[in-house]
Write a protein that binds this ligand. Structure first.
Ligand SMILES: [Zn+2]
Length: 84
């Protein structure tokens, strides 16, 4: 399915069998990112990750428990090095 504007300026969804897979992935990604739903896509805040994820909980900050563990470990290390 693609968006197509006719001669009258009206935009319609048009089914196209030859729609390239990349275009479908791009459209669905934009739809997911553009959603106003609070459970829509978030960016993982862990250092050197940068993955997008769909949270399963309201307060989920990281894409995986591994990223969460890495962040907590790094925070503990920074806190302990400030005490020295
Ligand atoms: Zn992550």
């Amino acid at each position: 399915m693609v968006l197509k504007m006719d001669e009258g300026g009206v935009v319609r969804h048009v089914d196209r069998a030859d729609c390239p897979p990349d275009a479908v992935v791009a459209r669905e990604t934009l739809r997911l990112i553009g959603s106003t739903n609070e459970f829509a896509v978030r960016l993982c805040d862990a250092p050197s990750c940068g993955m997008f994820f769909v949270p399963r909980r309201r307060n989920q900050e990281w894409c995986t428990t591994r990223c969460g563990a890495r962040v907590r470990s790094s925070r503990r290390y920074e806190a302990s090095s400030r005490l020295e």
